[in-house]
Design a protein. Structure first.
Length: 364
């Protein structure tokens, strides 16, 4: 595997040497290769579409994959033997001349289907219709658009995203880095539903939860701009368990409703649902297929929170004491990321899980 990775890196380095402008997207090229490799290893295929010159590129890419060019691939021995068993004379010719192929389809190469659909239906959805017919969870769609705005390519991409999905729950104690992990999944094209973001929206200026919060806790619960007075509420709920329950009864139903709406609207192969208190809530546990936990040593978590907020070490420790323990999170986890290194190390961990989740999404 390491030899394979070195070989891939050598090819990408050569590509960037020939075309220096590609250097800024070097990691994206490597990631695209890994996504495609994962798809092929799990029985997937590639669908390619483009317009004009990009349509020619699509055909060329498919030609490279469906037959050998520089390195002709012989059929596997077991398949060659079956060909001979079917018919000794014809099977010999087939076994000697067929080449190993990586399944790929150029969507611009079906004029009868394309013209019929464009005549009877919506012309811009021609590629989308073929993705709908050929595609399945775990396949890869490659849309080629020099402008990035080709409507028929965008429609096909949305259809490809909608072909299958699973929900991955993401949690971690305060300061563990779960938001950074969520962002990295987002950079890979995965939809992220973040309960923290939803909560902040509900308690922002004109937020849907603010009228009831002010009604229950008084005008001090609102800042001058009418958003929630977080310091006042934080001190209140940590000192008064009943107040904490009242706040949760206001916020949690609204958060669940909005998160579910976003989950239902998601169009990526799987979806990340990021919830700080996922371990503590049976509701959230019933909403996910797998649980990913982000962990870091407590001292490092405290340091991170202090750097990004005005909380004292004692204040952070108080919050940690209200959350599930590290042992409880790890016991419930299907997957774990230990966030103690650089962002590049974290990015590599996320990519590894991303490829596994793509494979799992195909199995449903």
């Amino acid at each position: 595997m390491n030899e394979l990775k070195e070989n891939i890196k050598k090819h990408i380095d050569l590509l960037c040497e020939r075309y220096p402008a590609l250097k800024i997207v070097e990691s994206d090229i490597a990631m695209a290769y890994q996504v495609l490799e994962c798809s092929y290893k799990n029985g997937g295929k590639l669908l390619v579409a483009g317009n004009g010159g990009s349509a020619a590129d699509a055909e060329h890419i498919v030609g490279e994959l469906m037959k050998g060019f520089r390195l002709p691939r012989k059929p596997k021995a077991a398949f060659a033997e079956k060909l001979l068993q079917e018919n000794a004379e014809l099977g010999t010719i087939l076994a000697e001349n067929l080449q190993g192929a990586l399944p790929a389809i150029a969507l611009d190469g079906h004029p009868a289907l394309s013209t019929a659909y464009m005549n009877d239906c919506e012309p811009l959805l021609c590629f989308a219709q073929q993705v709908n017919g050929y595609g399945k969870a775990g396949d890869v769609f490659l849309g080629i658009s020099t402008s990035g705005n080709s409507k028929n390519i965008l429609y096909a991409a949305i259809t490809a995203h909608a072909k299958g999905m699973k929900v991955i729950g993401l949690t971690g104690g305060i300061g563990s880095g779960k938001t950074t992990v969520s962002d990295l999944f987002g950079e890979l094209g995965i939809d992220v539903v973040d309960a923290d973001v939803v909560s902040r929206q509900l308690t922002a200026v004109n937020g849907g939860a603010m009228p009831e919060i002010i009604k229950q806790f008084g005008p001090e619960a609102a800042s001058p701009d009418s958003s929630m007075n977080r310091r006042f509420i934080r001190e209140l709920v940590f000192s008064d368990p009943e107040a904490k329950t009242v706040l949760e009864n206001i916020l949690h139903p609204l958060i669940r409703k909005e998160c579910q709406r976003q989950l239902d609207a998601s169009q990526s192969p799987y979806t990340i649902l990021s919830v700080p208190l996922l371990i503590e809530s049976p509701f959230w546990r019933s909403s996910i297929n797998r649980l990913l936990v982000v962990e870091a040593p407590e001292a490092l978590r405290i340091e991170r929170v202090i750097q990004r907020s005005k909380l004292t070490p004692e204040g952070v420790k108080k919050i940690i004491s209200t959350q599930a323990t590290t042992a409880q999170r790890l016991d419930a986890a299907d997957d774990v990321i230990e966030n103690i290194g650089t962002r590049e190390m974290l990015k590599a961990s996320v990519l590894k899980l991303h490829l596994m989740y793509l494979s799992l999404s195909k199995q449903d």
